[in-house]
Design a protein around this ligand. Structure first.
Ligand SMILES: Cc1ncc(COP(=O)(O)O)c(C=O)c1O
Length: 349
């Protein structure tokens, strides 16, 4: 918030370009991108990051295999279709991660130019084994596009070691900045295999002209860049690995507390996100009533289920600054009260 109170500068001010250089090098380090990659922040939210990746790597007739493990995998498939791709979906049951063998079988049956997939599926609380999936895609000669919107800064992610070709995220989740920018990175193979970009706004060539060659493309918000640069500095101060460990520790503490109260989470152990916890709504509970109680009485907002999981789960985010033991204790106590208000007893003792 303090960073955002800094007086604004123009999009072509020398100070702005110095900030953009700083953001670029921080993103290269935090994505663990290999040399020769291009990292930047797209103006727009996580969806703009998704669109930038797709618009530069997918065109008419590109064969894209999309791993669909939930709502955001589906969005990725829709996006690829809009850019003219021939899309094949590898559908996975909501609440489960993609089995690497399923991807191997799908690629052996029919090749793909691009494999697109979501690392942290926010709609189901599921973590996909991207290091394995990306290796399989690469073995079959496909480029990989990875959505790291809910994992970047919260879960282990290594663009270089895992062989990811394009990866995008957002600012408002594990980085803890306001929404409005989308960090993205394109690796060397992706930069080589770019298509002619149909979008003016997301054209990587034009964006590179601005970020690197200082040529006007659009009027980027310095306020959002101040916020992102500060958020990235905070991540680097904590250290990526320490931050991942904190997210894991707090996730486990929450699940232990929930289990003690007789509640459970949807994905099986080993497929769970640390950043987004999908909690099963117990039979007979008014799920909207619980969310309203938490918000009205405790100022805690948790998410509802999406698509087929609507009414069946709550989605509890523990991301960035909100992944703390204090907030977990507060949430568990607040849940106990919300259940009690419905005449239900779910307590930790
Ligand atoms: C996995 C995933 N991908 C993409 C998006 C879209 O991001 P945004 O809402 O910032 O546009 C979200 C949003 O929650 C998400 O969770």
């Amino acid at each position: 918030m303090r960073a955002m109170a800094t007086p604004t500068v123009s999009h072509v001010d020398p100070l702005m370009f110095a900030l953009l250089d700083d953001v670029r090098s921080r993103l290269m380090r935090l994505f663990r991108a290999p040399q020769g990659s291009f990292a930047l922040a797209i103006s727009g939210t996580g969806t703009a990051g998704m669109e930038a990746a797709v618009a530069n790597l997918v065109g008419d007739g590109t064969r894209v295999l999309v791993v669909v493990t939930g709502y955001f995998g589906d969005r990725l498939a829709q996006m690829c279709e809009r850019y003219g791709a021939t899309v094949r979906r590898l559908e996975v049951e909501w609440g489960r991660a993609c089995d690497p063998d399923a991807l191997r079988t799908a690629l052996e049956a029919e090749g793909a130019d691009v494999v697109a997939m979501v690392h942290a599926e926010t709609s189901t609380g599921v973590l996909n084994p991207i290091h394995q999936l990306a290796a399989i895609a690469r073995k079959h000669g496909a480029l990989t596009i990875v959505d790291a919107v809910t994992s970047f800064g919260g879960h282990a992610l290594d663009v270089g070691a895992w062989g990811i070709d394009a990866c995008y995220s957002c600012t408002q989740k594990c980085l803890g900045a306001p929404s409005g920018l989308a960090p993205v990175v394109f690796g060397p193979r992706a930069l080589e295999r770019r298509v002619k970009c149909r979008s003016f706004y997301f054209d990587l060539q034009l964006l590179e002209d601005y970020w690197v060659r200082r040529k006007y493309h659009h009027t980027m918000s310095s306020t959002l860049v101040y916020a992102l640069d500060e958020a990235l500095a905070i991540v680097e101060e904590e250290g990526l690995e320490a931050r991942w460990a904190r997210h894991e520790r707090n996730h486990r503490a929450l699940v232990d507390g929930l289990n003690a109260m007789g509640l459970s989470v949807l994905p099986p152990e080993g497929e769970r996100l640390w950043t987004l916890n999908a909690v099963r709504v117990p039979e007979g509970v008014d799920e909207t009533g619980v969310r309203k109680h938490l918000l009205d009485e405790f100022n805690i907002e948790i998410g509802a289920g999406l698509g087929p999981l609507a009414g069946k789960i709550w989605r509890v985010g523990l991301m960035g600054a909100s992944s703390t033991p204090q907030l977990i204790v507060l949430l568990l106590g607040a849940l106990e009260k919300a259940f009690a208000a419905q005449g239900r007893r779910h307590t930790m003792t």
